[in-house]
Design a protein around this ligand. Structure first.
Ligand SMILES: [Fe+2]
Ligand SMILES: [Fe+2]
Length: 273
């Protein structure tokens, strides 16, 4: 756990990058897209439009080929960003390679499972099931979440993970979310301090509410998937990121920005990846 200083009531400023899908080699492409180049452009837009946040969140699928080198390439792309970078794994990641590759690189990647930044608590959950596309929340993760929420009852809480914990309206994606999302919400429902749930994996913007809790997902920094599609379908929307401002009053101000000028070589007619 990390405890950071705060100048309350200044909001806690977060930039979320998700599903960067880096390769070990520069010529690696995902559905025709140079994922490193796409991330560089999204990162540039983030710095120019939002400045340096208090922290960056990377919510999984950082690698596409699960190699230490791919994580080192990501760390090199981030470089000395001026803010700590917190990570959690997605289905395309491998825990050991992620930790080793990001530890070796120049960026300030950190592996804390929860962060306290008064008056906010951010919990990072691990939904990765090795060799599976879909996600699961083991009992240990649910217990860790509950212990954190019990330990900081007066902090507003943001709960982050890779996979989506509830259906998002796309049949093919809704078979590869968290298979026990109801267990997550059973825990969250016990703690009114939870203000938001944030994830990646679905490669599209999503915003909803449940029992007063803000539900958010974010476009990938490379390839996008079409919302509300029965089958796998690539979307032509540009790559992007999410900014969040967590207010001292518990309110979440947030939005998605996209890198409009990136020319990706995207293969729109792909039937899968
Ligand atoms: Fe992904
Ligand atoms: Fe994923």
């Amino acid at each position: 756990m990390e405890k950071l200083s705060s100048n309350a009531p200044t909001p806690l400023r977060i930039i979320q990058f998700t599903d960067t899908h880096f390769f070990k080699n520069e010529d690696g492409r995902l559905l025709g897209v140079d994922t490193g180049r796409s991330f560089n452009e999204v990162f540039r837009v983030a710095r120019e439009s939002r400045g340096t946040p208090d922290l960056y969140l990377f919510t999984g699928d950082l690698s596409q080929d699960e190699t230490e080198e791919s994580y080192r390439r990501l760390s090199t792309a981030v470089g000395a960003s001026g803010a700590p970078c917190y990570v959690l794994p997605g289905n395309h990641d491998r825990r050991s390679e992620l930790r080793q590759g990001l530890s070796d690189g120049p960026a300030d990647f950190r592996f804390d499972r929860f962060i306290v930044f008064d008056p906010w608590l951010i919990v990072l959950l691990d939904t990765l099931v090795v060799d599976e596309v879909g996600g699961h929340l083991p009992l240990a993760e649910l217990e860790m979440l509950e212990e954190c929420l019990k330990a900081y009852p007066n902090h507003h809480a943001l709960v982050c993970m890779h996979h989506h914990p509830l259906p998002v309206g796309a049949d093919w994606l809704d078979t590869i979310g968290i298979d026990n999302g109801q267990d997550l919400f059973s825990t969250i429902d016990k703690f009114p301090s939870v203000r938001g749930v944030l994830w990646g994996h679905i490669h599209q913007e999503f915003q909803s509410h449940r029992n007063g809790v803000c539900l958010l997902a974010t476009p990938s920094t490379c390839v996008q998937f079409k919302p509300n599609s029965s089958n796998f379908a690539v979307d032509a929307l540009p790559p992007g990121f999410r900014w969040l401002e967590l207010g001292a009053d518990g309110l979440i101000h947030t939005g998605v920005c996209r890198a409009l000028d990136v020319s990706t070589g995207l293969e729109l007619s792909s039937a899968g990846y």
